[in-house]
Design a binder for this molecule. Structure first.
Ligand code: PHE
Length: 366
């Protein structure tokens, strides 16, 4: 009986001792972890994450302590529980703070904000291409004269580029425009002028017709400072009853003054195009020297800007418009050339190279 009593007592004592040991062990462990948390100095966010997993992760140090906590007698639970809670709060707070600090440092590095007093870098705003600026300006001038803008395909057939415009087959005038043919099919061409859009307009619409036709055109020319195999044109067509050469002259004079300034004058020289009769080249007085003669106008005081003429009756006929009832005029100009004159650009290739040092110099309100 006594032996049994002693055994029970010893058991109790040893249980108490075990509990005391566990408690001490846990308190020590908690203190150790608190110290470790305080001393922790991570290099990067991966370090912080690894540390978080080590302390707060599922199989982390806090989890292990919680497991042990289950065997702590109820009487001790209160105090130890508070210590554990404290540990959890300290760890969570420290890890969150570290995460934030490292994130901020990374953002600072990324933005290279090493010197907060340094002036900010300005955003560069793009500008319109000079060809677009001039195209829009020309469109706007003619729209004030009642013209609308028409469009058409770049890959065309012989009819719209040549035949409907009174270029007979085998006629040498076709050589004036060095044509690109597609897949050796002589009927499929890259349009050499936007007159093809005028033909398409006449197909669709009965007079009165007043359109301008901007677009890219293609000619098999050697690339140089004054020629390119791709360039842009704006052509115009006006058909109505009693349209005269004088109407054309006045319209083009108005255009030249709007584009180059009130002092601009024009002159016309006889020329030849298969689709107009009579035809003319239009020169504008040199805006650089004011007509006195300079390097740009080669001493003549005049700069060639476009071709024009009265629509050939054959063209009207081919497009089902009665030449006895209607007459009209047409004109066509290269946008690059006009832009060169307007901005004093000496080399046409610059328009195609997209060098920002060139393009940055153009500004437009549009
Ligand atoms: N289509 C002609 C060309 O490209 C220009 C032009 C148009 C001439 C209209 C006269 C009339 O060269």
């Amino acid at each position: 009986m006594y032996v049994e009593y002693v055994r029970i007592c010893t058991n109790k004592v040893s249980i108490i001792i075990r509990h005391k040991q566990l408690e001490r062990y846990m308190i020590n462990k908690i203190e150790e972890l608190l110290a470790e948390i305080e001393a922790f100095t991570p290099q990067n966010s991966a370090d912080v994450e690894a540390f978080r997993i080590k302390i707060l992760g599922k199989k982390g140090a806090l989890g292990a302590l919680m497991e042990e906590f289950k065997s702590v007698p109820a009487a001790e639970k209160r105090e130890l529980g508070q210590r554990l809670n404290h540990l959890k709060n300290v760890a969570t707070e420290r890890i969150n703070t570290l995460k934030e600090e490292i994130g901020n440092a990374a953002a600072m590095n990324a933005a290279k904000i090493d010197d907060m007093t340094r002036p900010g870098s300005t955003e560069s705003v793009g500008s319109r291409h000079p060809i677009s600026i001039v195209k829009q300006e020309i469109e706007s001038i003619f729209s004030r004269l009642g013209y609308t803008v028409a469009d058409g395909p770049e890959i065309e057939d012989d009819w719209h580029v040549f035949s409907a415009l009174n270029f007979p087959p085998e006629h040498p005038a076709r050589d004036m425009q060095d044509t690109f043919f597609i897949e050796s099919n002589p009927d499929v061409v890259l349009r050499t002028h936007t007159s093809s859009i005028q033909v398409r307009t006449m197909e669709r619409q009965k007079p009165p017709i007043r359109v301008i036709c901007p677009g890219r055109v293609f000619r098999n020319e050697a690339i140089s400072y004054r020629a390119h195999c791709i360039f842009h044109q704006i052509e115009g067509l006006y058909i109505d009853r009693n349209v005269s050469f004088a109407d054309m002259k006045q319209s083009l004079l108005y255009f030249a003054k709007e584009l180059f300034g009130e002092q601009a004058q024009i002159r016309m020289r006889p020329s030849y195009f298969p689709f107009t009769e009579p035809s003319a080249e239009v020169d504008v007085s040199c805006s650089i020297c004011g007509g006195k003669g300079c390097g740009v106008c080669k001493g003549t005081g005049w700069l060639e800007i476009m071709g024009c003429g009265m629509v050939d009756p054959n063209v009207l006929k081919y497009n089902n418009i009665d030449p006895n009832e209607f007459s009209g005029f047409a004109f066509g100009m290269g946008i690059e050339r006009i832009a060169m004159l307007k901005y004093g650009v000496g080399d046409l290739r610059l328009y195609f190279e997209n060098d920002v040092r060139f393009l940055n110099q153009f500004e437009s309100a549009l």
